[in-house]
Design a protein around this ligand. Structure first.
Ligand code: NIG
Ligand code: FE
Length: 398
């Protein structure tokens, strides 16, 4: 077999089983950016490689996948952080600033500024082994700025070697000019923006925020109906601050994921299991908002809901830039097992993006996106808080 590159003397966490699919003395071979062999070195076919990389016993996992970020935004919310530390509630601040403060800053920012600032954050993620990430709009809430955000998000993949999956989050908050006319805003979202975004392929999916401070279940259902009519899959910020039936709503529309879920009900978890909707666990927002109600991890396990873990990187509820710390927080705050955390940043995160055939596991046929770590065991990626043991990242075979 002729290949471009082989990685040898490595230990593999292939993520192909619930026990991480460990291979001691593993070998990976890549051709044209894809994995063509992954498994025990002793079982490998005869390989003629242009380049051989010796890993000196290091561990290789799939490149990390952050399946929920709001990476592209203007400004910051440090002032709001100060107010919350002094006791103000996120929900109360939403009325006077919150998401709409970031909307004002994002509308005022040219594309170049948004891109430069997003790239600085993206570089931190890449340095921690991220090879795929989702990026939402939702801080423009008008035609021009939402499209600018989505175009900047897509363009990140031209400036860095990383796969970006953009989501249109027009139903994130009611924009200031529509505060007295929510239906008018939803008309704009459903009859103008979703068709334009779908035909321009500006986003891979449509997201919404179902919450008392955002949109009702009926309003989200309207947005999701328009998304499906234009061939776009959906995902949902669900049951973060209260139980509006978001988990069941996401399941009803066959959503790729329902995210946050602190207040999700048992029935909601059961519905997600039936629809195959991934539960995306976001401990950064739980921590930052000093939330006390934890997502129903036991119900997700009992019903067989798959769980992903993500940063939710955004300027308001989760200024968390580290995917490794997101795993550590998911374990320490919510009791996810080490295996659930690692699968949640790889295999299940790929599923949450509908990319399970391309990424998230190490096996023949998948993109050759690798993270090579200087660790003695995979558990260290969850155990250390604020330490980044990445040795090298490989994207598309190099
Ligand atoms: O995922 N929940 C809604 N949206 C974001 C927060 C947005 C913001 O506060 O700017 C989230 O937590
Ligand atoms: Fe979010």
């Amino acid at each position: 077999m002729r290949v471009d590159t082989i990685w040898r003397d490595s230990r593999l966490a292939t993520m192909t089983t619930d026990t991480l699919g460990i291979v001691e003395n593993g070998m990976i071979a890549a051709l044209d950016g894809r994995i063509v062999y992954c498994g025990p070195a002793t079982d490998a076919p005869a390989i003629d490689a242009r380049e051989t990389i010796h890993c000196d016993g290091r561990w290789i996992t799939p490149g990390l996948i952050d399946c929920h970020t709001h990476l592209v935004f203007g400004g910051d919310r440090v002032d709001e952080f100060r107010l919350r530390l002094a006791g103000a509630r996120y929900e109360d601040l939403a009325a006077v600033g919150g998401i709409r403060a970031t909307v004002a800053a994002t509308r005022a920012a040219p594309a170049d500024t948004l891109r430069t600032q997003a790239l600085a954050r993206l570089d931190v993620m890449i340095a921690a082994g991220v090879t795929t990430l989702e990026v939402k709009s939702g801080y423009g809430l008008d035609v021009e700025t939402e499209i600018r955000q989505l175009e900047v998000a897509r363009s990140l993949g031209e400036h860095r070697r990383v796969h970006v999956s953009p989501s249109y989050l027009g139903a994130h908050a009611v924009p200031p000019e529509y505060l007295d006319n929510v239906d008018g805003y939803l008309d704009l979202v459903c009859t103008r923006m979703i068709p334009e975004i779908a035909s321009g392929r500006l986003a891979d999916s449509v997201d919404a925020f179902c919450e008392t401070i955002a949109f009702s279940a009926a309003q989200v259902a309207r947005v999701f109906g328009a998304a499906h009519a234009h061939g776009l899959q959906v995902r949902l910020h669900a049951d973060q601050l209260s139980d509006l039936g978001g988990a069941a709503l996401a399941a009803r529309f066959g959503a790729l994921s329902a995210d946050h879920l602190e207040y999700a009900s048992d029935a909601g978890a059961a519905a997600m299991a039936r629809s195959g909707t991934v539960a995306v666990i976001l401990p950064g927002a739980f921590l930052t908002l000093h939330e006390t109600r934890k997502p129903p991890i036991g119900a997700f396990r009992r019903h067989g809901v798959r769980m992903a873990v993500a940063t939710d990187l955004n300027p308001g509820s989760s200024p968390l830039v580290s995917p490794l710390l997101a795993m550590g927080l998911a374990a320490n705050l919510f009791g996810l097992t080490i295996e659930e955390c690692l699968l949640g940043m790889t295999r299940e995160a790929a599923r949450a993006l509908g990319r399970q055939d391309r990424a998230g596991t190490l096996e023949a046929g998948r993109d050759c996106d690798l993270a090579i770590w200087s660790i003695e065991q995979p558990a260290e990626l969850v155990y250390w808080l604020g330490h980044n043991p990445l040795h090298q990242r490989v994207f598309s075979g190099s």
